[in-house]
Design a protein around this ligand. Structure first.
Ligand code: NAD
Length: 275
């Protein structure tokens, strides 16, 4: 039997990159997945890929920063599948600048997407989780649920030019620590994965030449320049950036029954690189 058979998972930002690989991996291991992305086409494409492989998934399109999003996202899982077992807070992007040039808009955009959105999603999940955990406890059953928040080496070690992103990714570690203590009584393992250099469009050297992503109508520059990428890869003990599949593997570990006694931890998935 697949390890996540019967489980229901929310994965934010799963239209592309690491989130897409997480959604595919969880589905391959038996979970039914609610796929979210800001962009409709990639979200529907991930759903189609899961279904083509024999899995089950539905899309919940929209920005995680929208005030009504969290209720819609949790509602999609509970409404469609009548359950909620795994929450992966992955959606995000970077919007870099040195502090003297960083605007309030840049600052709050990072806090909103990396910190406030996970907080709201977990708050929206609380009523279902508490009710389910109480019923399971009364029936004498111990059922573990999983929260995996996505941080970054920038959040545990800091990164120049990313005061906003580093602060938000450190904030999500704090959220993880607090909730691990608050939700232990409901048998929820709350952990974090902090990625190092993973090859996605966020770190794509070819995108550094001027590619931009559209977030809420704003064009935001992504990618890194090729020299910086090469320098970063040379600093990784394993000798290269990670693949989205390798990144998804770290998240999957924290969703399995083998991690049932691990909570409040941040695992660094960075090929041996530590800051
Ligand atoms: N790639 C890396 O090296 C790296 C390193 C550390 C942390 N991370 C983190 O991993 C996560 C995934 O990043 P990635 O590298 O896969 O990037 P990506 O750009 O390849 O994929 C991110 C996906 O999230 C979506 N998204 C962005 N903002 C959203 C929003 N407001 N609402 C819903 N969806 C939204 C995007 O549309 C995109 O499809 C992010 O939280 C990122 O900060 C990545």
């Amino acid at each position: 039997m697949a390890k996540l058979e019967g489980k229901v998972a929310l994965v934010s930002g799963s239209g592309r990159g690491i989130g897409r690989s997480i959604a595919l991996k969880l589905a391959r291991e038996g979970a039914r997945v609610v796929v979210n992305d800001l962009d409709a086409d990639p979200a529907h494409e991930t759903v189609a890929a899961i279904r083509a492989a024999g899995g089950e998934a539905v899309a919940c399109v929209g920005s995680v920063t929208a005030p009504d999003f969290a209720e819609r996202f949790v509602g999609a899982a509970v409404g469609t599948y009548k359950a909620l077992d795994i929450v992966v807070n992955n959606a995000g992007y970077t919007w870099d600048n040195v502090i003297q040039k960083m605007t309030d808009e840049q600052w709050y955009a990072m806090i909103d997407v990396h910190m406030t959105a996970p907080f709201r999603i977990l708050r929206a999940a609380a009523p279902f989780i508490r009710q389910a955990a109480k019923a399971e406890a009364e029936a004498g059953r111990e059922v573990f649920r999983k929260v995996v928040n996505i941080s970054s080496l920038a959040g545990v070690g800091g990164n120049a030019g990313q005061a906003n992103y580093s602060a938000a990714k450190a904030g999500v570690v704090g959220l993880t620590l607090a909730l691990a203590k608050e939700w232990g009584r409901y048998k929820v393992n709350v952990n974090c994965v902090a990625f190092g250099l993973i090859r996605t469009r966020l770190t794509d050297a070819t995108a550094g030449a001027g590619a931009a992503i559209d977030v809420d109508g704003r064009q935001i520059q992504v990618g890194v320049n090729p020299e910086l990428l090469q320098a970063l890869e040379r600093m990784v003990p394993l000798g290269r950036g990670g693949t989205p599949e390798e990144a998804a593997g770290a998240v999957y570990l924290l969703c399995t029954p083998e991690s049932n006694y691990i909570s409040g931890q941040t695992i660094v998935c960075g090929g041996g690189f530590v800051m």
